[in-house]
Design a protein around this ligand. Sequence first.
Ligand code: G6P
Length: 367
Amino acid sequence: DEGLKGFPHFMLKEIYDQPETVRNACRGRMIVSEGVSVLGGLQSKMEEIKNLRKLIIVSCGTSYHAGLIGRYIFENLTDLNIEVELASEFRYRRLRLDETTAVLAISQSGETIDTLAAIREARRKGALTIGLVNVVGSTIARETDCGVYCHAGPEIGVASTKIFVSQLVILNLMALLIGRYQSVSLNEGVAVIKALQNLPDQISDILAQASQLEELAKTYQKYPNCLFIGRQMHTAVALEGALKLKEISYIHAEGYAAGEMKHGPISLIDENFPTIALLSNDASYDKMINNIQEIRARSGPVFAITYTGDAQAEKVADDIFRVPETHELLQPILSVIPLQLFAYYCARFRGTEIDKPRNLAKSVTVE
Ligand code: G6P
């Protein structure tokens, strides 16, 4: 297949597309000197958008995990109240929606039936609807009041990779667009944009170390279970890492907020139950180191994904992989990439059908 460009699977090709995916998501959408983003697809509704008080993000699967990270991004860059809801749950709630509320649907395909139904319900109740979609001209793109495209090209692998990264980039651009009308300063805006400009090279640096993840996958794919933990934004990265692993390798994997370990999952830990711990250079760092120590004290193997300058994780974890540091709001974009590669290599060692896992579809158009 010439679409594979020499890669053995679409998933791997799409993982390697990611520096370009980020460039495509940003192209023509940033003014560095003003610390602002320009999103043409939202222009016609800018008056309503400036007056919003609340944003509800709805989505499914990997797009839902992007939404969970989006909550932090919007909370940090805007003054909006933010909710994130699974599309399949949203429509059954008794929601008070009016013109100061927008519902943002995140969808790669633009065809997921639950997300589409959520948008239709939101419109009926008078909310502004916004799409963050990859497939141009798809139903969600057509039925929302305004929106932004990923411009990431087709994603063929059922397990979403590059679109997740694209969604995170665009959530930052959207939040910046709104936030610069609110309390975000010029300097804060410039910092996000400059960090976005550096991302493609930082992603390439991670991809250049793929063989290290292949080696680690060789060890960890032998375990029947795997726990992923993180805090704050990295709680959602943990959920996404677990989803990637379970959907393509069929290893049972769970993502958990690290602070909840002591309320349940710690009881699972023994020498045959590994944990992948996501660390970042923020207020949660010391607590994550504590979590790792608690797991090691119960003989659980720990593989830590951390940042370049971290001096402690290598002393407490069995294995370590480092990603470059970026703006705090963009860090999940870098920490998810080793998890994508890790899941990919685990699946390869286990000989599963990586691009088309059993029982799953790329786009789910039935409820
Ligand atoms: C399916 C796909 C996932 C995707 C989810 C939501 O489950 O296998 O990769 O994240 O649908 O799809 P959407 O197109 O709405 O982002």
